[in-house]
Design a protein around this ligand. Structure first.
Ligand code: FES
Ligand SMILES: [Fe+2]
Length: 401
């Protein structure tokens, strides 16, 4: 008989609770604390550098949780900086959301302009302004650091930690994994659901057998792992990740077989042992399990990634208020070079969208149920360890002065 898959748990599990209060988290006062102590103080993943690939490119992106919009700009010198998308004269928004190219940002209200490194360039009708110190009227900056392909921002006056300290054990181990993968899909939806509930419905695999039984019935499971236990689950300072084992008994459907006949496999990407074949860095499939399907990585507080052999998806959860969350996801994969590659991409996009719809479909009803106030707490399994960690970190940060 095949040996059953067991879980290797890594990290400090002390203090994690299987019984977690949930009712308090959907209350406006608790959420106000989350906004101030989690979102305004933590490092927030804001963008992929693929959106600002060259000097003089920029991305304007809403940060709805903190009621602002940022310009993330790559200057002439190649440096990435972030600023509030707000004119220093009378606060007009400088550029609409989206990507673009600009050496300067010019305000549409009275024509002030700014260099893309934030310095004030021109005050129109300058002689009519008395006593203005131009050097202190550049765009209002936000602390910015880059890790791998991702831009992070921190809204604190002075960040309490560096990004390296914030990412902790996650910082090393992904060298190059995210690079050379252009964006191939994006999704965006606003849901009537608390951000914690929305995010944590993606950071466990317990539900896969039930919620995704029609779309991806046998990507996981099989005789060696019928309960679909994760072979590797790790919690770090604030974050968590686990590896997902693919089902060695998986039978490709006809369409899947055609889609992946000649192109590189997208989903699923097993067998054979993809990790060894692809030389992935040590943070991806850390245990080097065979028939590896993908890793799930929660970058606290508001993003998670699915990392697979040839692609990754990054999903953001921005609370709009205690009951509403803006979710958007972006998927990056190897560049399609042939018709076969395009077919593999197309098949994959369709699968992923269906699975994503199933996940999103369930969370609004959970939120409605919780708002009834009937249920105080919930009980989480060992396979839901990332949820235990997520809630423990939220509570720890909210409890700080
Ligand atoms: S608000 Fe921008 S120039 Fe007046
Ligand atoms: Fe799911």
């Amino acid at each position: 008989m095949t040996e059953r898959t067991t879980t290797t748990f890594v990290g400090d599990l002390d203090g994690l609770q299987s019984r977690v209060n949930i009712l308090g988290r959907v209350q406006p006062e608790f959420h106000r604390q989350e906004v101030e102590k989690v979102f305004r103080r933590g490092w927030l993943l804001i963008a992929n550098v693929a959106d600002i690939p060259e000097p003089n490119t920029y991305l304007a992106r809403q940060v709805p949780t903190l009621n602002t919009c940022l310009i993330i700009a790559r200057g002439e010198d190649g440096e990435i900086r972030a600023f509030h998308n707000m004119c220093r004269h009378r606060a007009n928004q400088l550029v609409p959301e989206g990507t673009g190219r600009a050496k300067k940002f010019v305000c549409g209200f009275h024509g002030w302009s700014y260099h893309n490194d934030g310095r004030l360039d021109v005050i129109t009708d300058r002689s009519q302004f008395n006593d203005i110190d131009e050097s202190s009227f550049g765009l209002i900056p936000v602390h910015t650091e880059v890790w791998e392909e991702f831009v992070f921002v921190n809204f604190d006056k002075e960040p309490r930690q560096t990004l390296e300290e914030w990412l902790g054990a996650m910082y090393d181990g992904y060298c190059g994994y995210f690079s050379n993968k252009p964006k191939i899909a994006s999704h965006r939806i606003t849901v009537e659901c608390n951000w914690n509930i929305a995010l944590t419905s993606f950071t466990e695999g317990y539900h896969a057998m039930y919620v995704h039984k029609a779309t991806v019935p046998d990507y996981q499971g099989g005789s060696q792992n019928p309960d679909r236990h994760r072979p590797y689950i790790e919690v770090t300072n604030y974050h968590g990740r686990y590896s997902v084992e693919g089902n060695a008994d998986h039978h490709p459907t006809e369409v899947e077989a055609i889609a992946f006949q000649r192109g590189r496999k997208m989903y699923p990407t097993f067998p054979p042992n993809a990790t060894v074949d692809l030389g992935l860095p040590s943070g991806v499939n850390p245990l080097r399990i065979e028939n590896w399907l993908q890793d799930i990585i929660e970058i606290f507080p508001h993003t998670f990634m699915i990392a697979s052999a040839h692609w990754y998806t990054l999903v953001w959860f921005w609370p709009l208020d205690v009951d509403t969350t803006l979710i958007y996801g972006e998927t990056f994969a190897y560049e399609a070079e042939t018709v076969d590659d395009h077919m593999a991409h197309t098949y994959f996009r369709t699968r992923l969208r269906e699975v994503f719809r199933e996940d999103v479909g369930i969370i609004e009803s959970i939120h409605r149920q919780l708002k009834s106030g009937v249920m105080d707490d919930m009980y989480l399994s060992q396979q839901e360890l990332l949820l235990q960690k997520h809630y423990a970190v939220v509570d720890e940060l909210v409890a700080r002065p």
